[in-house]
Design a protein around this ligand. Structure first.
Ligand SMILES: Cc1cc2nc3c(=O)[nH]c(=O)nc-3n(C[C@H](O)[C@H](O)[C@H](O)COP(=O)(O)O)c2cc1C
Length: 190
């Protein structure tokens, strides 16, 4: 399968980066083709500007968006990897969705999904403990506002939405177990 990883973390020494490396390796070992879009590394502009709206009216997209849409066209599965910030996506990932999954490309004016057949995987890290997030309804909220809304609005299928909690406070061996879960997750991508 063609796997497009949309990766959003500013620090190449982060745990998120370890997830990116582990998943890329695991997918390649299973003979998938992998492309990673490192949004900080490529200095992606996440701001949906008046110019983007003008172009939308002409059924066009900005020069920096076009190659990203080509990557999405190529992909069978879109995999988002990011740290949870304020119970949501980092702004750079949010802006990638705003600008790249645009009207006329990812969904129609009358709200029909235009990317059927594609799959979505969401992998996110958090510092808050799992129990706290469950009690506060954070997982439910993020499940709806991130993976499910993305997938259903664009006609895609959400196959996994995985959260790793307390990543800053757990032991190295617990973090290694989390990376083992990433290897198992790669097996679900088929
Ligand atoms: C701006 C900002 C907002 C954050 N908001 C949350 C949050 O809402 N919930 C949470 O559990 N952790 C939050 N965190 C902590 C990050 O999720 C955490 O640092 C990250 O998942 C750790 O992964 P890393 O080691 O790869 O950076 C926030 C961190 C930052 C910098």
């Amino acid at each position: 399968m063609n796997c497009l990883i949309i990766y959003s973390h500013p620090n190449p020494k982060s745990f998120n980066h370890a997830i990116l490396e582990t998943l890329t390796r695991a997918l390649q070992e299973r003979h998938h083709d992998v492309r990673a879009r490192d949004l900080y590394g490529m200095d992606f502009d996440p701001v949906l500007r008046p110019r983007d709206f003008e172009l939308m009216d002409q059924q066009k997209v900005a020069a920096d968006v076009q190659p990203e849409q080509d990557h999405v066209r190529w992909a069978d599965v879109l995999i988002f990897i990011f740290p949870v910030w304020w119970n949501s996506l980092p702004a750079i990932a949010r802006g990638y969705i705003d600008r790249v999954l645009s009207v006329g490309f990812a969904y129609s004016q009358d709200a029909k999904g235009l990317l059927p057949g594609k799959k979505v995987v969401v992998i996110a890290t958090m510092n808050a403990p799992q129990g706290v997030c469950e009690a506060a309804g954070v997982f439910n909220a993020m499940n709806i506002t991130i993976g499910q809304s993305l997938a259903s609005f664009c006609g895609m299928t959400l196959i996994a939405q995985k959260y790793f909690n307390s990543v800053a406070s757990v032991s190295d061996s617990d973090r290694r177990k989390m990376l083992d879960e990433i290897i198992l997750l790669a097996q679900e991508i088929k």
